[in-house]
Design a protein around this ligand. Structure first.
Ligand SMILES: NC(=O)c1ccc[n+]([C@@H]2O[C@H](COP(=O)([O-])OP(=O)(O)OC[C@H]3O[C@@H](n4cnc5c(N)ncnc54)[C@H](OP(=O)(O)O)[C@@H]3O)[C@@H](O)[C@H]2O)c1
Length: 241
């Protein structure tokens, strides 16, 4: 079914990605959502459909190049256009530097960074077509506040998230004149399953809400073609940079 506006959101089965998918649905976007565990994704898709949104879903591993192509091909076949790409899937695996496991380095690089490069490569032709129509094709890359300041123990995660900020900057230099605008989102602790490990020390109620992050995407949709927002930081009160 063709759509007036369409978006891909990775890591949309919970937390920030699901909140962004809801905002995009409310804003009239047809959605392709992709994440890893099928049962969890199905529950999220049921929630999105109950809200009345048009949703395609794929349970994939974004560390796998073939899976990324499958997401983009399925999206193209179903909707025929791409106005917004949200590269949000990510993992953080903490370890002291002397104990970092090679498989965890590779996993974080593949999911947090390499997948974003591959999604851009596969999606640029569709984004360019959309930008040709309205000069407001948007790519949102979920970095982290660890992409602005390196964190002990989360060193590899921090390095991948810094890379996402650098990649976003490079993409704006390369693509923004054509109407493809990229933004890196850089949040501190958000209340999602990813931060369960720290909730003993930082209560969930004191964390940023996933909906706070999602509202920034609504803002990006409304920003005129004359304006690029290269990054947005989300910080908790008292936690100045
Ligand atoms: N929560 C925070 O405090 C915080 C702060 C800064 C940045 N971030 C970033 O925000 C993004 C979203 O995280 P979140 O906090 O919303 O956590 P979350 O609720 O755990 O969401 C992570 C999402 O990514 C998916 N995912 C993970 N590995 C994947 C893979 N290999 N292939 C496909 N999908 C995969 C997960 O699916 P499964 O659950 O099925 O694996 C899930 O949908 C991440 O990039 C994270 O680094 C989070």
């Amino acid at each position: 079914m063709a759509a007036d506006r369409a978006a891909i959101v990775t890591g949309a089965s919970s937390g920030i990605g699901l909140a962004i998918a809801k905002v995009l649905g409310e804003e009239g976007f047809a959605l392709t959502v992709a994440s890893r565990r099928p049962e969890k994704l199905e529950a999220a898709v049921a929630e999105l459909r109950d809200l009345g949104h048009d949703v395609e879903s794929l349970a994939v591993n974004v560390a796998d190049e073939a899976d990324i192509k499958k997401v983009v091909d399925t999206h193209r076949e179903r909707y025929g256009r791409l106005d917004v790409l949200v590269n949000n899937a990510g993992v953080g695996i903490g370890a002291p530097v002397a104990e970092i496991q090679t498989k965890h380095i590779d996993m974080q690089l593949a999911i947090n960074l390499r997948s974003i490069v591959l999604f851009y490569r596969e999606c640029t032709p569709m984004l360019r077509e959309a930008a040709g129509e309205h000069k407001n094709a948007i790519v949102v890359n979920t970095s982290s506040i660890s992409g602005k300041r390196g964190e002990a123990w989360l060193s590899v995660y921090s390095a991948t998230k810094h890379a996402v900020v650098g990649w976003t900057e490079a993409m704006n230099k390369e693509l923004s004149a054509d109407g493809i605008k990229s933004t890196a989102l850089c949040p501190a602790f958000v209340d999602t399953p990813m931060t369960d490990f720290v909730k003993e020390h930082v209560p969930a109620g004191e964390m940023i809400r996933p909906e706070d992050i999602a509202e920034s995407v609504r803002f990006l949709l409304r920003v005129s073609p004359a304006c690029i927002v290269p990054e947005i930081m989300f910080i908790r009160p008292g936690d100045a940079l």
